[in-house]
Design a protein around this ligand. Structure first.
Ligand SMILES: Cc1cc2nc3c(=O)[nH]c(=O)nc-3n(C[C@H](O)[C@H](O)[C@H](O)COP(=O)(O)OP(=O)(O)OC[C@H]3O[C@@H](n4cnc5c(N)ncnc54)[C@H](O)[C@@H]3O)c2cc1C
Length: 722
């Protein structure tokens, strides 16, 4: 009742912006917004719809001033309770804001409102011969805003990346009502990537500039069946090892196919236990035919008992209908479905699936298992009836055990569905308390009053009694231990440091060398996982050396020829394509805390995307100690069409950096005393230890270096064109 009064106090003001008809507060209307596709429920105080995007900022300002919580909601298909109004408050229903403003085939960009339904956009793009890569299985109803909120993936993401790899620019309303634009071309830390996947907790995207891709000339769908799940995963792994990059590599078990049988005719032999759908695309018929034959050969060698190539689009759609219809098919068997979303490094899939099946059997549950075989993302679909409270408890318990299995195997608790409410507790098992506190501070830097989708993602009570030892990169070598001690001692004394990679001419210009934290001694490969196609290397390793070492193992990172270090390339955002291959980083903050983000899994949406935030952070948020990057069995850099090397004009170096309000607040989260590369954020550069003269020479040096770099890229480009 009190809560309703809270809204009544601002209702008229809001109605002045949106019109009375756009505000819903009847009990029955509110009930309709009290649940989403997950299993949690809570009733909002009011629901507000909008006629145009310009109404959102003024409404948020009113809610912010009245301290009324709010959350953006679209189709509500997130499977983690992301749109449940936990603290009551107001649901902002954006679904009528569904305009597709522009499809620009000259610059390969589509400009849309958040309520644009994914499939409707795809249909419009089809008319121009284009597509937008993220294609969640829920694409018939889910929206671009929801995809941004969750950093959604989909079958095509194996080849073309998830949402955060496919957005060029976003217009955002922050929880305080500020309108800001974030772009991949911004100088400085990648705030846009931090926002993507933030589940409405850092604000609301009101307009998006999406990267669109010309449709490949030929797309072919094949399917194979196997007598065991292990054989199907083995085939998937061998396809990737062979250097084939399918546009989709999906798997499902027999229970999925059986559940669909009443709706869709199954082509698979009865005794099959696992099925793969492999979709390939190419501009050249011969090459595609060759790859299909290779895929068939691999499946044969992995004991497939069935292989079929779809010859027409209708045949292809029929194959996809079983995969994409698996969730609705399970939903027909019982009132509720819990869909888990754990992810493991691909080689761990057989072990993960075996353990997950044991859990399902032990708890006597009925579940089908779908998995994105290419990227190790597993979706057990457990059916139950929520009216049976005992069963609900068992299902939740089983769900948590499944997530723990994924963490134990070096994976994560969510590949694409987000954390919302339903996986919050599991964040305690994935991250140490200090890292969760860092996430809380990130949230606070955008939303000081905890109003925008409050209490999601980060557990409300941080559980220091971890049941699983959360991952942490600990200093196990002398160089790192020395660095840690030095950073801690400088923190105590309040001494600033200049973070540099290697061979920097800066050295000679700095008055006091004790200010420099040079990282070139951290130059080892920590973990080369050939099966998983990932390498974890210390940040001070030179890119040229890294490439050389990997080449000897016939593994290739999609990195340009570059003279600097891995950490330098990330921190200075010297190569845009880094965003598409960077999977994890360990960082040291100025107080000597070490935090791990991301890891060896190809997808991971558990928590804020600090991995990408550090791209372009220029050493000012923390020291990147090491990075995990994705590898390939082929050197494909020349094939990456949209990822041009940087040019000076397109990506100026950090001397042009003028931190904005949120970059400054985030600096305060990671380095409150402004000790790392302090001149970038200092109010008065003259006060900085580095001194004005040195800033100038540093800038000149950087400019010179970047021009040289540019020349180098140009040469590289010319070679490619030959
Ligand atoms: C059958 C089924 C299959 C699925 N398959 C996939 C799949 O293949 N891949 C995948 O990634 N997901 C999948 N999902 C999950 C879900 O569809 C995605 O997470 C989708 O992106 C959610 O979109 P939505 O429009 O339903 O958003 P909602 O559920 O309404 O919102 C999702 C989150 O984003 C926030 N949000 C909404 N709008 C905005 C905005 N404008 N700005 C900022 N935040 C916002 C919300 O507050 C919420 O936290 C599936 C779900 C189902 C039920």
């Amino acid at each position: 009742m009190f809560k309703k009064k809270r809204f009544i106090a601002v209702e008229e003001k809001i109605a002045g912006i949106t019109g009375k008809n756009n505000i819903y507060s009847d009990d029955i209307e509110l009930m309709a917004y009290s649940y989403d596709a997950g299993i949690s429920k809570a009733i909002p105080e009011a629901v507000i719809s909008f006629d145009n995007i310009n109404q959102i900022a003024p409404v948020i300002k009113i809610l912010y001033q009245a301290r009324i919580p709010f959350l953006p909601r679209l189709a509500g298909t997130n499977l983690s309770g992301g749109t449940i109004p936990l603290k009551s408050g107001v649901i902002l229903n954006l679904s009528r804001l569904n305009k597709i403003y522009q499809i620009d085939t000259t610059n390969n960009i589509a400009v849309v409102e958040p309520g644009a339904v994914n499939i409707n956009l795809q249909k419009e793009l089809e008319k121009f011969g284009y597509f937008y890569a993220p294609d969640p299985s829920s694409q018939k109803v889910c929206t671009i805003g929801g995809n941004i909120g969750e950093n959604a993936g989909g079958p095509q993401c194996l080849k073309y990346g998830v949402t955060s790899n496919n957005i060029a620019k976003l217009q955002i309303i922050t929880p305080e009502g500020d309108e800001i634009t974030l772009s991949e071309n911004d100088i400085g830390p990648d705030l846009m990537s931090l926002f993507i996947g933030s589940e409405g907790t850092l604000g609301i995207a009101i307009k998006a500039w999406l990267k669109i891709i010309p449709k490949p000339k030929i797309i072919k769908t094949c399917t194979a069946a196997f007598l065991t799940i292990e054989d199907s995963i083995n085939a998937a792994t061998k396809i990737i090892e062979a250097g084939i990059m399918p546009r989709a590599l999906e798997a499902m078990d027999k229970t999925c196919v059986d559940a669909s049988k009443n709706i869709i005719k199954s082509p698979y032999p009865e005794e099959s236990e696992a099925m793969l759908i492999i979709e390939l695309d190419c501009d050249y018929e011969n090459k595609l035919e060759e790859e299909i034959q290779q895929v068939k050969h691999i499946c044969d060698n992995c004991f497939s008992n069935f292989f079929r190539i779809a010859n027409t689009e209708t045949e292809s759609e029929a194959l996809w209908a079983i995969r994409k219809g698996a969730y609705p098919a399970m939903a027909r068997l019982a009132p509720n479905v819990l869909v888990e979303d754990g992810v493991v490094p691909r080689p761990k899939l057989p072990e993960a699936l075996k353990k997950i099946k044991t859990v399902i059997n032990e708890y006597n549950l009925k579940a089908s298992i779908l998995f994105h075989a290419g990227d190790g993302n597993i979706h057990p679909n457990i059916i139950f009836d929520e009216r049976d409270i005992k069963k609900v408890k068992i299902v939740k318990k089983a769900g948590y055990e499944i997530l723990k299995i994924c963490i134990d195997l070096g994976g994560s608790i969510s590949g694409e569905h987000g954390i919302g409410i339903e996986k919050r507790v599991a964040m305690n098992w994935l991250y140490p308390t200090a890292t969760l506190e860092l996430f809380q501070k990130i949230k606070k830097s955008f939303d000081p009053e905890n109003l925008s989708n409050p209490d999601k993602i980060v557990p409300v009570s941080l559980d220091s009694r971890k049941t699983i030892s959360s991952k942490k990169y600990s200093p196990d070598n002398k160089i790192l231990t020395n660095l840690l001690n030095e950073v801690k001692s400088k923190y105590r004394e309040g001494v600033e440091s200049i973070i540099i990679g290697s061979n920097s001419n800066l050295n000679k210009n700095i008055k006091s060398k004790s200010n420099i934290l040079k990282l070139d001694e951290l130059s080892e490969i920590i973990d080369l996982d050939r099966e998983n196609f990932t390498v974890k290397a210390e940040a001070g390793i030179k890119i040229s050396r890294l490439k050389e070492l990997l080449k000897a193992s016939k593994l290739y990172p999609a990195l340009p020829d570059y003279k600097g270090t891995l950490g330098g390339l990330i921190a200075a955002n010297h190569f845009k394509g880094i965003k598409d291959i960077l999977l994890g980083i360990d960082i040291m903050t100025s107080n000597g805390e070490i935090h791990s983000f991301g890891g060896k899994t190809l997808k991971n949406v558990a928590g804020y995307d600090v991995v990408k935030l550090f791209i372009g952070s220029m050493g000012a948020y923390g020291i990147i100690l090491n990075a995990t990057i994705k590898l390939d069995s082929k050197n494909r850099l020349k094939d990456i069409k949209t990822k041009e090397p940087n040019t000076v004009e397109k990506n100026p170096f950090f001397f042009d950096f003028k931190p904005g309000k949120y970059q400054k607040r985030l600096k305060n989260v990671f380095d409150p005393k402004n000790l790392f590369n302090s001149w970038l954020y200092g109010d008065n550069q003259n006060e900085s230890e580095i001194g004005k003269e040195n800033i100038f020479s540093f800038k000149e040096y950087a400019l010179d270096k970047l021009h040289k770099q540019n020349e180098l890229f140009k040469l590289d480009g010319q070679n490619k064109n030959k």
